[in-house]
Design a protein around this ligand. Structure first.
Ligand SMILES: [Zn+2]
Length: 99
């Protein structure tokens, strides 16, 4: 699966509102030294910020075989969790990692 990078997006549900709402967010952190197509690789433990008011989710899943400065490299369809939780939807066009 294509790996995700800082600036890629995720969709999910944010519960930091009176009622849960669907929202889109962007990966805001990534690897210091590893990048894909000039953007830092996103890994489990990196942060995704929602567009519904700056609520955050933490990337929690990643490749079991591709590590990136320690944590697992996150890929399209990996999961983030927190008050904003959901799935990563886009990634590098040409970089694929793990299984
Ligand atoms: Zn929110």
């Amino acid at each position: 699966m294509n790996n995700c990078r800082m600036g890629n997006l995720g969709v999910g549900v944010c519960v930091a509102h009176t009622h849960p709402i669907s929202a889109v967010g962007m990966i805001m952190t990534g690897a210091a030294t590893n990048n894909s197509e000039y953007m830092p690789d996103a890994r489990s433990s990196d942060i995704l910020l929602s567009f519904c008011g700056g609520h955050v989710g933490i990337l929690v899943t990643g490749s079991p075989t591709s590590l990136d400065e320690g944590p697992s490299t996150s890929r399209v369809l990996d999961i983030f969790a927190g008050v904003f939780s959901g799935v990563l939807t886009d990634g590098a066009g040409t970089h694929v990692c793990g299984n």
